[in-house]
Design a protein around this ligand. Structure first.
Ligand code: CP
Ligand code: NVA
Length: 322
């Protein structure tokens, strides 16, 4: 059966291994290791990426990463293809499956990426929908693993909107057994079904999930604070929403409540002066550009895992990972 990644818990069983693979592959590649640099599991396969919304990180990291794995990236902007105008998502999926080795899709409604996957005969990766952003959470947890060797007592705090990025961050933390505390203004809580999945993963893996309306409570002694824009793509008409986020800015005063070795994370793009100040963004404890870079390494691991599991396994073994 074809595997898809529509939310990060779709790879729950191998998530930690996928991240370890990405970290070690990145290290070897940067050292110029011959085996890593000549690892081409996509072997001339074309990977098509459909975008309904703008993107910098996702688009560039997929294009460069696919090339580095020996594949051929095809970026398909919605205005340039028939999708949504004269062709359904299902028909588009069946046509593209005849040409491509895998597809990625950035869409508004999560139901559309589910529909694409339903009709696809090749793997589909969600490149952000209104509900999930699994590639982001893979890069995020990869970055956390690079910065913290001990996960047991780690506390990650989220301050902001209960959105797509929080959903997959919380799922990813719960899969790895990391505590997550999230502060959300009333009325902007995350999706109940997703948080039920988070809760059951956290119970299984021995971590806690705590919701509050108080940012100070969420970040108290936390090792990481994560935020995102208050108004996501597709919500531009909800300008009034921003007033509800008064007091939810990550700034010097808020991070003063955290562990002294605090780190700041953001999926980017950041709206400096809204959800985060320049002081925090540009602080030496900010790891936002590590996250951005890790989009590529994490997605390379996910793609190789999905499209060529045998080659991904062989590389895992070559790298001597447990
Ligand atoms: N974080 C993220 O997905 O960035 P882009 O919108 O630039 O792809
Ligand atoms: N929550 C944001 C994330 C952007 C990467 C959005 O959906 O627009």
């Amino acid at each position: 059966m074809v595997k898809h990644i529509l939310a990060i818990d779709d790879v729950e069983e191998d998530f930690h291994k996928i991240l370890k693979w990405a970290i070690e592959f990145k290290r070897l590649w940067k050292e110029g290791d011959e085996v890593a640099m000549n690892f081409f599991p996509l072997d001339s396969l074309a990977v098509g990426s459909i975008y309904e919304k703008p993107s910098t990180r996702t688009r560039v990291s997929f294009e460069v990463g696919i090339n580095r794995l020996g594949g051929y990236p095809l970026t398909l902007l919605k205005n340039d293809i028939q999708l949504g105008k004269s062709e359904t998502v299902g028909d588009t999926s069946q046509v593209l499956s005849r040409f491509l080795g895998a597809m990625t899709y950035r869409c508004y409604a999560h139901a559309d990426v589910e529909e694409l996957a339903k009709h696809a005969t090749v793997p589909v990766i969600n490149a952000l929908s209104d509900k999930h952003h699994p590639c982001q959470s893979a890069a995020d947890l990869m970055t956390v693993l690079e910065h913290f060797s001990e996960l047991d007592d780690l506390k990650i705090a989220w301050v902001g909107d209960g959105n797509n990025v929080l959903h997959d961050l919380a799922l990813a933390c719960a899969i790895l057994g990391i505590d997550i505390h999230y502060a959300i203004p009333k009325g902007y809580e995350p999706d109940k079904d997703v948080m039920d999945r988070v809760q059951s993963l956290a119970e299984k893996n021995g971590s806690s999930v705590v919701q509050t309306n108080d940012p100070v409570e969420a970040v108290k002694d936390a090792h990481v604070v994560y935020t995102d824009v208050f108004i996501s793509m597709g919500e531009e008409h909800l300008k009034d929403k921003i007033a509800s986020f008064d007091g939810f800015q990550v700034n010097e005063k808020l991070v003063d409540n955290m562990d002294e070795n605090w780190k700041f994370m953001h999926c980017l793009p950041a709206h400096r002066g809204d959800e985060v100040t320049d002081w925090v963004m540009d602080h030496e404890h900010s790891i936002v550009f590590d996250q951005a870079e890790n989009r590529m390494w994490a997605q390379m691991s996910l793609l190789a895992y999905l499209v060529s599991e045998g080659a991904w396994d062989a590389m895992y073994e070559f790298m001597g990972l447990e």
